[in-house]
Design a protein around this ligand. Structure first.
Ligand SMILES: C[S@@+](CC[C@H](N)C(=O)[O-])C[C@H]1O[C@@H](n2cnc3c(N)ncnc32)[C@H](O)[C@@H]1O
Length: 209
């Protein structure tokens, strides 16, 4: 595990107890979840489809995906966050939580990563990992904090006290995304739904080789 991953894991292990109680996370999260839900490709009629909730944290997105009828694997660096997720949702037979990268190797048709890009000034390791995990033509849905939001400086400043976050734009993300074979297929800005909204919600497709 890289030093940066270790820092993120330690920070979120420490935050796990308060994460769900943070009113801002809840408030902004409602808009993010609803935009994400709209971008999720409709389920095929046969069987439960698998989805990887990458950086699942305490299971906020996992709960939505379960509600939509998916079979979910929640993966996170932080065992502390996963303990909370298990306590909330662990009884459900359609969900597995893990912090073991070896347990998520199978190619995924759909990966969702809400609130993960935030913590990477250099996003390359994430694109690299998502390319490895997605199946050919798979869909990746992510969020990132918008550098064009008037809240950007406030968000980055406050994050020093939790886990340092970095704001971005689709233009800044695209070179690394493209280098790993991703094409941007959907883009929305929420909180509010304006170009300067706080969160970018982005849908990517992995180009078939
Ligand atoms: C802000 S929380 C978001 C949690 C959840 N997705 C949600 O929306 O409530 C970010 C989570 O991403 C996890 N994370 C960050 N980088 C990761 C990586 N490379 N692999 C797995 N988990 C990661 C952190 O440990 C943390 O739990």
């Amino acid at each position: 595990m890289t030093e940066h991953y270790t820092t993120i894991r330690q920070r979120f292990d420490r935050l796990a107890g308060q994460y769900l109680r943070n009113p801002i996370t809840h408030w902004v999260g409602r808009s993010e979840l609803s935009a994400l839900r709209e971008m999720i490709p409709p389920l095929k009629e046969t069987g439960k489809q698998p989805v990887l909730d990458f950086g699942c944290g305490t299971g906020r997105v996992t709960a939505m995906l379960l509600d939509m009828g998916f079979k979910v694997t929640g993966y996170d660096l932080s065992p502390g966050m996963l303990d909370r997720a298990r306590a909330e949702l662990g009884e459900n037979p359609d969900v597995v939580f893990t912090s073991d990268p070896k347990a998520i190797q199978s190619p995924w048709p759909l990966i969702v990563a809400l609130g993960v890009l935030d913590y990477y000034e250099d996003t390359t390791p994430l694109w690299q990992e998502w390319k490895r995990l997605l199946s050919p033509s798979g869909t990746l849905l992510v969020t990132a904090p918008n550098a064009r939001s008037p809240l950007a400086w406030f968000y980055t400043f406050l994050s020093r006290f939790t886990c340092q976050a970095y704001v971005t734009t689709p233009e800044r993300l695209m070179p690394a995304a493209k280098a790993y074979g991703f094409t941007l297929i959907r883009s929305k800005t929420v909180f509010p739904q304006r170009q300067w909204g706080h969160t970018l919600v982005l849908g990517f497709q992995l180009n078939t080789p």
